[in-house]
Write a protein that binds this ligand. Sequence first.
Ligand code: ADP
Length: 585
Amino acid sequence: MLCSGIPSPIFLIFSSDVPQLLYYSHLPALIISLIIGLFVYFKNKTLLSKILLSISLVFSLWSFLSLITWSSNRSDVVMMAWAPDGIMYLSIFVLSIYFAYVFFDKKDVSFTKKIIFGLILLPAIALTPTDYNLYNFDISSYCGPQEGKFFYNYYYLAGAIIFLWIVILAVHRYRRAEAEGGFRRQIVIMTIGLGLFLLSFFATGYIASLLDKYYIDFYGLFGMTFFMAMLAYLIVKFKAFDIKLLAAQALVVAIVILIGSQFFFIKTTTNMILTGITFVLSTVFGWWLVKSVKLESQRKEQLQSLADQLAEGNDKLQKLDNAKSEFISIASHQLRTPPTAIKGYSSLLLEGSYGKLTNEQSAALNNVYKRNEDMIALIDNLLETSRIESGTIAYEYKKFQLEDFLEDIYETLIFKAKEKNVSLEFVPSENPLPEITTDKDKFREVISNLVDNAVKYTKEGGVKVKAELQKGFTALSHDGSANSTPIAGAEKEDPEKDVIRISVSDTGIGIPETELPFLFQKFSRGKDISRLNVAGTGLGLFVGKKIMEALGGRIWAESGGEGKGSVFIVEIPTEVKEKEMSAQG
Ligand code: ADP
């Protein structure tokens, strides 16, 4: 039978007689849900994606049939499309709770639960073909049947119960989940999405039938979008597939279908042309959008994989570097033993403990002794470098008098200077020097190396060592060299901090300006040094700088250039800060 006064729809669902909102609410939701359901399913065929696909299939079918009931003018068609409404509605709820269980527990539900799900659906299935479902078809104006009160109340009630069930289940699983690991977040997002979807679906359907205003039903479908959006978010979190691309595709397809569908209602040529242009434009731009999103996501993937590779490589390098430091450290320990024995025996020999030596023997043995000393210094430097790099250096702070300290260094190096015919002078300070607190042995290492270098790199003239108390740790007064690296924050934190400045100046070979910036780097040696036939490793200054940094001081070099001598300057605070003490032992 045909309803009076209602035009026949095109393709079952397109009619000019219904509010156009109908299409806007139904079609995009239908298409998006189908696309996402199918996509997730084909990406990974897990139980969860099967349930999701079922939800989206039932939902899409439900939307489609709903469109038919709205548009059709034939009573039999309307009845056929309307009759399964209850079953499908309930199925969506049952599938949703099934989905929630599998999502939360990551496994299928028990057989008992499946029976319960079936029992919930059973009355709806049994009553669908009866008068309890639909009756009294009205063909005159409204073109639809009455809904059976009992039947519809049953499924609204069941829907409400399932909705609450999901919420309670979610709260329970949330409590049970570990606070870390992000699963709680997933539960919240999932529940909000599913909850909003079901709530809008349930509430609008219920209100619509309560008020007899069926168009309210339209809005319920927008809830599906929430669900899909939340799902999409989760999927992005899981990185199951590229949701951006999918969203773009879904959007474009939905828009094109929506605009395309307008051709069926358009009556004037102008409208036809306008819609045609819109259609072509949106197709072209849509295609372009999808393409660029695809490109972007590919690029991102490439970048990500590059970044991963880089991180991996970096990790390997780090490990290699550690292994190297460890190797050097072990090797140096082993290497240190023989030269120490050589040193001991040769000094005993030199002292005449094993009988008097001839002058020639003495001279030769002296050479052995000196060469051995160089080797010890080299090994010590290597050891120190590896300790610095592995961060296993421990600093021991104590208070001591500077004058004695400098005297000590003088004693050990004057012999070497005399031998080279280089004068070595420790200029007394104008004011008495205070006691300082620092790691005495490490600090001695730094100053000794500077004086030793000054003697080493000076052929004629002399070396002068000067120590003065400086009130306040001020910014560098001179900045001739890039090596002058003030310790970060030191002067800002404590402008009034007293420092001792020790300068070691020589009249030696000097340092070319081009070499100044690299002086304190590992294994850095001047390019003409080999010609001088001076033993060395290029580690002394590197180690010195690291030690000075650790002690809260600084070190830098100045030179007028080649042949013009050099000055090495060290500044060290007289007091050590509490936190430095505890941090560095
Ligand atoms: P080494 O002396 O073992 O080569 P250092 O790290 O102590 O290693 O010094 C690095 C380089 O700095 C030296 O090779 C040399 O070129 C330069 N250098 C150090 N001290 C002086 C100095 N007093 N005069 C000129 N050049 C110096």
